[in-house]
Design a protein around this ligand. Structure first.
Ligand code: ZN
Length: 252
């Protein structure tokens, strides 16, 4: 008993010593990280008009990511900016919105006459829908919006279903994380555990990492696709991911 207690005390001392050493040797890193959580530079929110510091968001934290006023993140602000500049949803009378983000939902509900939110797991949506097996009839909606959804699912099946329910000429607005340095999408059906997916694809519930071939995957599913991004000055002004893209596919 005494031997075990002494051993525990010695271990605690050694741990505290190494922890204290780590804090002291990383104090500048810690100071910059803590101060960065409250925002580094003033930014502007195109959703609510807030001008000032954005807070950090995510794990590990991304600095200047979240508008403290409305909660918009980088990808929400990018879509809203591009939608207004490029009229991505011009002429759309009905839209099906998967995994609805409140900020985008609010915008789409105001803009599109017939708006339907959909999710397989989330409560409070208009329809419980599996993107790989949608219960809507063929050629029944003008547009589908799905942001950061396709990297979680069987995208070939999902794109086939989206193509089926869109009217001819209908529009798919899609956003996904992309590793621009890779020509081809990285996926491996043998990687299934949450830890292995986190290690290989960057998040425990991602099933692939898209590469530069993402537009080709949309083309293979029957979409003529255009990619839009914001200029560098806007990325700085509005707190966007540099070079992130919004894909607008037209159902052929
Ligand atoms: Zn805002």
């Amino acid at each position: 008993m005494l031997k075990k207690t002494i051993k525990n005390i010695l271990f605690a001392c050694r741990f505290q010593k190494s922890f204290l050493y780590w804090i002291l040797s990383n104090r500048r890193y810690l100071k910059n990280t803590i101060s960065g959580m409250r925002g580094k530079y003033p930014r502007e929110c195109p959703n609510c008009g807030y001008i000032g510091h954005f807070t950090a968001f995510g794990y590990p934290p991304r600095f200047d990511a979240k508008c403290p006023e409305c909660g918009s993140l980088e990808r929400h602000r990018l879509f809203l900016l591009l939608e207004r500049k490029k009229n991505l949803l011009a002429g759309v009378g009905s839209v099906l919105h998967f995994a609805p983000e409140p900020i985008i939902e609010k915008y789409l509900r105001q803009k599109i006459p017939s708006y339907i939110s959909a999710d397989l797991y989330k409560s409070g949506v208009d329809r419980k829908e599996d993107i790989e097996n949608i219960s809507l009839p063929a050629a029944s909606v003008d547009a589908v919006f799905c942001s950061h959804v396709l990297e979680h699912v069987n995208d070939i099946q999902a794109l086939q279903e989206i193509h089926r329910i869109l009217k001819p000429g209908g529009r798919l607005i899609a956003m996904v994380p992309i590793c621009e340095g890779w020509d081809k999408t990285y996926e491996n059906p043998e990687i299934v555990s949450p830890a292995a997916r986190d290690l290989h694809f960057g998040q425990h519930d991602h099933v692939r990492c898209y590469g530069q071939d993402f537009p080709q995957r949309l083309a293979d599913a029957g979409f003529e696709t255009a990619a839009y991004t914001a200029p560098p000055e806007d990325a700085a002004r509005y707190g966007l991911w540099r070079g992130e893209k919004v894909f607008a596919g037209t159902r052929v």
